[in-house]
Every structure is written in C-alpha cells, then in structure tokens.
Design a protein around this ligand. Structure first.
Ligand code: FE2
Ligand code: FE2
Length: 250
C-alpha cells in the first residue's frame, strides 16, 4: 500500500492534501508476537542468529513505513503542525515511506532464503513509543524519529554489514548497505524539515534539538558515531557530541 500511494503521488494522481486524525497505533498483523525489548532472544553468530537479525531489521522497516505515514497524516492538520507545510514536506515523507516499504521487501526476500518469514519470530514493542511521545509536536517528532533513531541506524548498521560479510552472507550485507545509503537521505530530510519548523517557530535549532533528545530519548545519542554518514545528512558533531559526553561537570 505504501508503494502504491507513493506511485500515485509521483504519477500526479493525488492532487490535494486533506486533513485527518490517524489512530494512535497503526494496525498490526497478528504475528509477530510483540514482547518487551529485554525479552528478546540474544542474536548469535549462527545462521539462526543472522535470521533473527534480519527479522529484527524487517520489524524496524515495517515500523518505519508507519512512522512515515504517521508524520504525513498527523501533521496534515496545520493547526497541529503549528507551521505551514508545503507539498514538498509530504512528498519527502512519501518518498521515505516508499523506501521503507522497499527495504521491508528486500529484507523479507533475504529472510526467505533462511526459510523464515516476517512474523515467525517475536519482535520488540518499543518502536512506537517515540511516535506516541511526540504525537502532538512536529518539532519533537522530527527531532526524535529521524534525527535520533534513524541517525542511530547510521551508526549501528556498518558493524552489522561487517558481521554478515564475515559470515559469508554478502547478499544480506548488500541489502543492509542499500538501506544504509537510503537512510542518509531520511536523516537529511528530517534535519531539513526540523530546521524549517524551528525557523518558522523562532526556535534555536541546536538548543532545541538537544533539549528534545534529552527529554524524549535519554541515552539514545551515544558513541560510536558514524560521523561521515551523519555529516552527509547535515548533522555535524557540534549537534550530537555534547549529548554523548558523560563526563560529570567540574
Ligand atoms: Fe529503512
Ligand atoms: Fe528510514
């Protein structure tokens, strides 16, 4: 559906952005069973461990489709958004939704090679919390979802790619490399619209982002950072390094 809507937009078949009030939680398939993050099985360097890794990535991609759809639907209401959003805003997040759906498809294809499908393993239920916490505030949503969590994906994906290559699964490593390259664009879009919204509201971007990240995602901004990928997305170290410095003052 995400890919179909993105294609309809690209083909000029959607001409108007309406207003809607999306549900607080998206619909979910009956499986996977959702569990608290601490109850997730440990991933080991075996074929079963790699299948579990790919399953976890598929779950993240499914949530990412919903997060892109949610930012479009939720902030289609200018009163809720608090700023006038041009069509380019909605076009960017439709592109993200399309990418996330493509990622889900690519990872699902790799899972199939392991004799596994999305839903076969449990998945963790922490991913929607950030959306719930920021549902009333566009600036906070942009600060947390793309600029904390998708940026964290840039940091953690290269070691996963390396582990897959060491295990000889180049096909999965290539899929994660494509995802990593695309995710730079998602962080960049988040950063760009965050700056736009801050500018319209007269907020200082660096202080605002740091305060929102501390409040909604404590501990989620931590090294090691993929400084090159973050820089390619427009996020310089002056933005995130102060949050990673755990040295007590004085
Ligand atoms: Fe993705
Ligand atoms: Fe993404």
């Amino acid at each position: 559906m995400a890919r179909g809507i993105a294609a309809a937009w690209a083909g000029g078949h959607i001409r108007r952005i309406g207003r809607t009030d999306p549900p607080d939680r998206p619909a979910r398939p009956p499986r996977p069973v959702l569990r608290p993050p601490r109850e997730m099985p440990k991933r080991r360097p075996t074929a079963a461990g790699r299948a579990a890794l790919l399953h976890a990535v598929a779950h993240i991609e499914l949530n990412a489709i919903d997060l892109a759809a949610d930012i479009i639907a939720r902030f289609s209401d200018p009163d809720r958004a608090g700023v006038d959003l041009p069509a380019a805003f909605f076009a960017d997040w439709l592109q993200v939704a399309d990418d996330e759906a493509r990622h889900f498809e690519m990872v699902s294809a790799r899972l199939k090679d392991y004799g596994c499908a999305y839903g076969d393993l449990p998945a963790h239920d922490g991913l929607w919390q950030a959306a719930t916490d920021t549902r009333g505030d566009l600036v906070a949503r942009l600060a947390i979802v793309p600029m904390v969590f998708e940026a964290r994906g840039l940091d953690v994906t290269p070691p996963m790619i390396a582990a897959l290559r060491r295990a000889g699964d180049d096909a999965s490593a290539d899929v994660l490399q494509t995802i990593l390259d695309d995710e730079i664009g998602h962080v960049a879009a988040g950063h760009r619209w965050f700056l736009y919204a801050c500018d319209r509201r007269g907020l200082p971007p660096v202080d605002t982002w740091q305060a929102l990240a501390r409040r909604h995602a404590p501990g989620a901004v931590k090294p090691p950072f993929n400084a090159d990928a973050r820089a390619a997305a427009g996020m310089g170290p002056e933005l995130y390094l102060p949050l990673a410095d755990r040295t007590p003052p004085g």
